[in-house]
Design a protein around this ligand. Structure first.
Ligand code: BJ8
Length: 425
C-alpha cells in the first residue's frame, strides 16, 4: 500500500516513517488476531478488505470528496450526530484512539494517569499518523468525562479546527434542553463549515441513511444471539468498528449481505464454536480500532463474545431516530431524543445502563459478563462495581477487568479469564 498512497499521505502532512511503523504493527496484529480465526463468514472478506485499505482507499475516497468540496468531520464520541453532518453534505468519521503512540511526547501534555483512549488521541495527533484526523476539516470534541473535557483544552492548542460540544451529565429536562441547544449550535457550525443549509428533506434523508446503518447492525447483533454461534465476537466487533469510518450506504449493504450468509449458517446448524462454548457479554469502555486485546484473549480462552454493551457496539448503535417529523424542529427533537438515551457512564445516576446490561445478558443468552474498564477511566471503573452488584443479585457471573493498550498484562489477564470461563462451564 505504501508506495501507491505515499504522496497522498505526504499531502495530508503525515510523518511517513512513523506512519509506516504504525501500519506495520496494525497489519501484524490483524493477521495474528483476525486472519488466524477459522471458519469466518465469507462476508468478512469485505471487512478484511476495508481494514487492509483503512489508510489507503478509504482515505483516497475522503480526499476525493474534499476535492469536490465536501467537508470531513472527525469525532471522538457517539454523541456527535452523523445525521446532522450528512444533512449538510459532510462526511462524519470516527477517530479511533485504540492504540498507544508517541507516549513520551503525550505525557508532556497529559498526566500519566490518563486513560489510554485519551492518550491515544493525543499520540495520533502528535505523531502525525492518523490520516482521518489530518483529513478532517472539523474535529469535534465533547464534554463527557473530566479527562476528555480537560484534554480538549490542550488538544485545541495542537489544531485549529477543534469544535467542543457541551453535554449534559443528568437525564433531566434541563439536561435534555442542553443537548438540544448544543445540537442546534452544532447544526449551525456544520452549516457554516459546509456552506450548505440543512433542509427538512436533507435531514430526513440523512436520518434514513443512519437508521439503515444502525438497523443493519441490529440485524447482525440479533444473529449473534443465536445458538449455534455463527460469527466470532472479534468479527462482530470489527463490523461495529468499521461502521465508524466506512461509507454508510456501502457499509449497510455489506452487513446485510453477511447477515444473509449467517442466517443460512444458522438454518444449517453450522456453528463455528464447539457446542456449549461459554457465551460472554462484554460491557464497558469503547474498543476502538485496533484495540482487540481483550476480545482476542477471551476467544482464545475457550469462550465466545456474543455482544458488546459498549459505544462500539450496542450502546452506540442501539436506537433509531424517528424520521417522521414534519419540520426541521421536530426532526432535531427526534435526534435529541435518540441520543439522549445513550447510557454512557458519564451520566448520573445511570440505572438505565445497569438495566440494559441485564437485558442484553438475557437477549444474547450470555453465561457471564466481563466488565472492561480502561485504567484511569473513572466513569466506567466506578460504575463497574454497581454493575457487578446488580448482576450478582441475578446470579449472573461477572468479572471486572481493568487494563490499558499495553501487552504487558496479557499473561495475567489470560489466567484470570481462563479461570472465569472454567467457572461458567
Ligand atoms: S458516549 S463512552 S464514546 S464518552 S475511557 S475517554 S469515558 S476516561 S470514551 Fe465514550 Fe462518548 Fe461515553 Fe461512549 Fe473518558 Fe473513560 Fe477515557 Fe472514555
Amino acid at each position: 500500500m505504501s508506495n501507491e498512497y505515499e504522496s497522498m499521505w505526504k499531502g495530508l502532512g503525515l510523518n511517513l516513517a512513523s506512519h509506516d511503523a504504525l501500519l506495520e504493527v496494525l497489519g501484524k496484529g490483524y493477521t495474528d488476531i483476525y486472519l488466524a480465526q477459522k471458519d469466518r463468514p465469507e462476508g468478512m472478506g469485505y471487512f478484511d478488505f476495508v481494514m487492509s485499505e483503512v489508510h489507503g482507499l478509504r482515505i483516497k475516497e475522503l480526499v476525493d470528496e474534499k476535492e469536490q468540496g465536501r467537508k470531513i468531520i472527525g469525532s471522538y464520541c457517539v454523541f456527535v450526530p452523523e445525521e446532522i453532518a450528512l444533512a449538510a453534505n459532510a462526511t462524519l468519521v470516527g477517530l479511533c484512539s485504540g492504540a498507544d503512540f508517541a507516549l513520551e511526547e503525550v505525557e508532556r501534555y497529559l498526566p500519566r494517569n490518563t486513560c489510554a483512549l485519551i492518550k491515544s488521541a493525543f499520540g495520533f495527533k502528535l505523531g502525525q499518523v492518523c490520516p482521518y484526523l489530518e483529513a478532517a476539516d472539523m474535529v469535534v470534541g465533547e464534554n463527557t468525562c473530566d479527562g476528555k473535557k480537560k484534554a480538549y483544552e490542550s488538544l485545541g492548542t495542537l489544531m485549529d479546527n477543534l469544535y467542543v460540544m457541551d453535554l449534559p451529565q443528568m437525564k433531566s429536562d434541563l439536561g435534555r434542553d442542553l443537548l438540544r441547544s448544543e445540537y442546534d449550535r452544532f447544526k449551525t457550525a456544520v452549516e457554516e463549515l459546509t456552506g450548505v443549509v440543512i433542509t427538512h428533506e436533507s435531514l430526513t434523508q440523512a436520518i434514513k441513511i443512519v437508521n439503515a446503518k444502525r438497523s443493519a447492525l441490529h440485524r447482525l447483533a440479533k444473529l449473534r444471539s443465536a445458538d449455534p454461534i455463527v460469527i466470532s465476537g472479534l468479527d462482530g466487533l470489527l463490523a461495529n468498528q468499521v461502521s465508524f469510518y466506512d461509507n454508510p450506504k456501502r457499509f449497510t449493504e455489506s452487513v446485510h449481505k453477511m447477515c444473509d450468509e449467517l442466517e443460512k449458517r444458522i438454518q444449517a446448524n453450522q456453528g463455528i464454536f464447539p457446542v456449549k462454548t461459554p457465551r460472554i457479554l462484554i460491557s464497558g469502555c469503547p474498543m476502538a480500532v485496533p484495540n482487540w486485546k481483550l476480545p482476542w484473549i477471551i476467544e482464545t480462552s475457550g469462550a465466545v463474545i456474543v455482544g458488546e454493551e459498549s459505544c462500539v457496539g450496542e450502546r452506540g448503535a442501539r436506537n433509531l431516530t424517528q424520521d417522521t417529523g414534519t419540520t426541521i424542529d421536530e426532526l432535531m427533537d427526534a435526534i435529541t431524543d435518540r441520543y439522549f438515551d445513550v447510557d454512557c457512564a458519564i451520566f448520573t445516576p445511570n440505572q438505565e445502563r445497569l438495566d440494559h446490561i441485564q437485558e442484553m445478558v438475557k437477549a444474547y443468552k450470555a453465561d457471564g459478563v466481563i466488565h472492561y474498564g480502561l485504567q484511569f477511566c473513572q466513569p466506567y471503573t466506578m460504575e463497574a462495581i454497581p454493575v457487578e452488584n446488580a448482576l450478582e443479585k441475578k446470579d449472573i457471573p461477572c468479572l471486572r477487568i481493568e487494563t490499558d493498550y499495553g501487552m504487558e498484562d496479557v499473561g495475567q489477564l489470560k489466567t484470570r479469564i481462563e479461570a472465569f470461563v472454567e467457572q461458567l462451564k
